[in-house]
Design a protein around this ligand. Sequence first.
Ligand code: CO
Length: 479
Amino acid sequence: MSMDDGLELGFSTLDSEVTERSLPVEGSLPEWLSGAFVRNGPAAFEVDGDRVAHWFDGLAMLHRFAFEGTDDEIRYTNRFLGSETRRRARDRGELDGQFATGSGGALERLRQIAFGEPTDNCNVHVAAIDGRLVAMTEVPRYVELDPETLTTRGEFAFADDLGGHINCAHVIPDPHRGETVGLLTTFGRPSEYTLYRVADGARRREEIATIATDEPAYIHSFALTESFVVLTEHPFVTRPLSFLLPGGESFVDQYDWHPERGTRFHVLDRDTGERVATAEADPWFVFHHANAFERGGSDGSETDGADELVVDLVAYPDPGVVDGLYLDEVAEWFRSGMDGELRRFTVPLDGERATSERRYAGVEMPRVAPADRTREYRYVYGQGAAERDGNHVAKVDIETGESRRWEESGTFVEEPVFVRAPGAERPSDEGVVLVTALNTTEARTDLLVLDGETLAERARAPLPHAVPFGFHGRYFPEW
Ligand code: CO
């Protein structure tokens, strides 16, 4: 890898942890901004001098930016997740149970994936479940953190016996229904996708529906409308019995692209679990959905008679992106531009094919306001692809395709999170966008506060270090 543009800082281990560090703020913050912006991502990439193979395999670190409802104060805390995985890495030099870094060969891999010792290196996302801050990854182990200090409290257990081998780290909190919807995949004969809900303030999951499949897809996220769950089953699939074959392939290496299957949108009723439709589309690989909602219907009621669903997601022509995220490739992938497209899919409920239109080229990590989820809306914020020596924050009017961007030479932004101003009506863009950005010129990360409407910079707070690129975060007004 070349070291000329500083991008490698985004894939270098960060050792330092700070607590309640008051960050200098240039500019001013809206006084209504009171709460915590918490991000998750990998931050250590070496164990006993050996580097992990895949970006997704770095050890989890949490970052918290606390806003006090004053115009000039941000307090910053960062902590490694106190996982068993990290303890084993430190004490015994082992790094196991990971996305694509097979350390133990075929039997170890099989044991981890299929026999219940998945990693607790929860480095993908965070969610509030039962009023607790929970870190999540792609296997069903959950770690609870103190939302103020980010100290690890220990394993988080749901109060039910829903099981699975793969966990969808992108659960969807639905503020309109007061519940969070999630997904588990279980390998077997047949394999199954299990959709569940968990009510706000509860930790018992209820099954919504189960779909059987012989060749389960790698599903990183899904979509929700007012009445339906939409499972986007792209053709990046595995045959679970292949886990029994020798060869030591790691988990993602066992998935294969079968474009002839196309991509299938399974639409399930959120109340009854009934499968309402399966619409086929051209083959697209998908990590992230932006949002979805119902459209049509003659009687005008909210849930009856929708003719079609609108599903907005970031689509790739193939799963080449997965290879692009190996650590020896990922900086080049960042530099050369990510090829994901924000596309709007129309998913008919009458058995016809789903079709799509491109709304923005070169974007990932799409985010919408929490209150816009499941509803017709306007604005998607995302991490725009790199051009020259930096990438950009993209804001897309998903109705019209019009867009705005924020960019700065030498700066690589991460996932932008929009926080709507209190009192602003849906789907207004009045509010702010919180986004961490690697400032390669200064060799540090900055927290940027951008105007939600114009993306103009309202405030900037330099961190005391450079943070390796992470994945996802949420803004929690309650913390
Ligand atoms: Co994700």
